[in-house]
Every structure is written in C-alpha cells, then in structure tokens.
Design a protein around this ligand. Structure first.
Ligand SMILES: [Zn+2]
Length: 215
C-alpha cells in the first residue's frame, strides 16, 4: 500500500496517520501538517497591528530564502532560521513582521511566518496581509523554502513538506493546484531559483495527487 492509498484508506476508516486526516467520506484525504507556530519558535511580537482580510487567497507563491543550503536539518536550526528571517524583515526591511506566511526548511520543518497565518489557514476563510510579493500580499499565500535553488534541486525532505503544505493550503482555501506559482511569475526576481522554478509543474502534479488521488 503506498502512502496515498494509505491516507485515503485512513480517511475512509477514520484513522489518523501522523496527524488528522481530512476529507473522510470522500475519495480525497489531506493530512493536516504539523506547522510550528510563532510562539513556539520564539517570534517577536509584530511591530505594528496586522491586517486579517475577510477573504480566501487565490493562489500560492513559492519562494526560496536565498540563504545557504544548510546541512543542519534539525528543529533547532529551523527555529533559528525563522527568527533570523523575522529579524531581517523587521530590522532591515522595516516590515511589521515576517514577510511570508510560512517557512519550509531543508530538514522538512514547517513554520508559521507572519503571525495569524496559521490560525487563518486553519479557519480556511481569511488571509493575513503579508509582505512577500508586491501586488500579491492580499491574495497569495507565500511559502519561503530554505536555501538557494538557482543551480541545485531542494532535498527530498523539503520537497515532501512543501507538497504536504501546499496540499493542505489548497484544501483549506479551495485553491486549485494549478494556481501554485513562483515569485518570479509576479515580480522581477530570480526567486524561487531556476531549478525549483522548473519543478513547479511537478509540484502541481504531486499536490493534485495528494488532493485527489490523481497525478
Ligand atoms: Zn521570493
């Protein structure tokens, strides 16, 4: 039994595997990923009040952090990365808080970026205004992937957690996997790197498979 079949079976029988299985009673099942909230990784409070918008996002934008391709795959490293990004965005960019909604590490850890991103995702009806791509911050969920993918592909753990997170975001907000795009599609930037960008069709396909059992 492959994992997809296992998840679908789990949903139909009401068994939770590594988290809650959503979609019981239908053919599709999406695992609720573990996402570490701001309080757990040690975020600072936002510098200004944040805005929660009463609508769903319409797409996902994939980014890379353009930080070193670290071989420290630990949780401690993931938390430190989240704090480092927040410090950079608040102290150097003078933003209210972390720019992106979520951070995904090379060790496969998923973390909340901007405060309120996790609670609004769980609710499935709102988006917190972010700062990850001009023109897209009110309508696109931004996911920062640790590393630089101009010349190399991301490690398998990062890929797997990215697929899982995207599937959950698509499920919660009724976003089609075809609406997963790259930062460069909406802004003059190399982000998310040439290699990761060319992998976006595979990402859409993998997410679709997780959502609907088809590739
Ligand atoms: Zn970007």
């Amino acid at each position: 039994m492959d994992r997809r079949t296992l998840l679908r079976t789990a949903a139909l029988s009401g068994i939770a595997l590594g988290g809650m299985a959503l979609g019981a009673g239908s053919a599709a099942a999406v695992t609720v990923p573990t996402i570490t909230g701001c309080d757990t990784w040690g975020a600072r409070p936002p510098a200004d009040p944040l805005t929660v918008l009463p609508h769903k996002p319409v797409r996902i934008l994939v980014h890379h952090t353009d930080t070193p391709n670290s071989t420290d795959y630990s949780q401690a490293h993931a938390y430190a990365l989240a704090r480092s990004i927040q410090n950079h965005h608040m102290d150097d960019n003078h933003w209210s808080d972390t720019g992106q909604h979520f951070t995904n590490t090379r060790g496969g850890f998923l973390l909340e970026g901007r405060h309120n991103s996790l609670s609004t995702l769980r609710g499935g009806a709102e988006i917190v205004r972010a700062a990850h791509c001009p023109g897209q911050n009110d309508i696109a969920i931004g996911i920062e992937n640790e590393g630089n993918y101009m010349a190399v592909a991301p490690p398998a753990k990062l890929w797997d957690s990215l697929v899982t997170l995207c599937a959950y975001v698509c499920h919660q907000y009724s976003i089609s996997p075809t609406a997963i795009q790259g930062h460069r599609d909406y802004y003059n930037t190399d982000c998310p790197g040439d290699v990761l960008y060319t992998m976006l069709p595979q990402l859409r396909s993998d997410v679709a498979a997780k959502l609907g059992g088809q590739s």
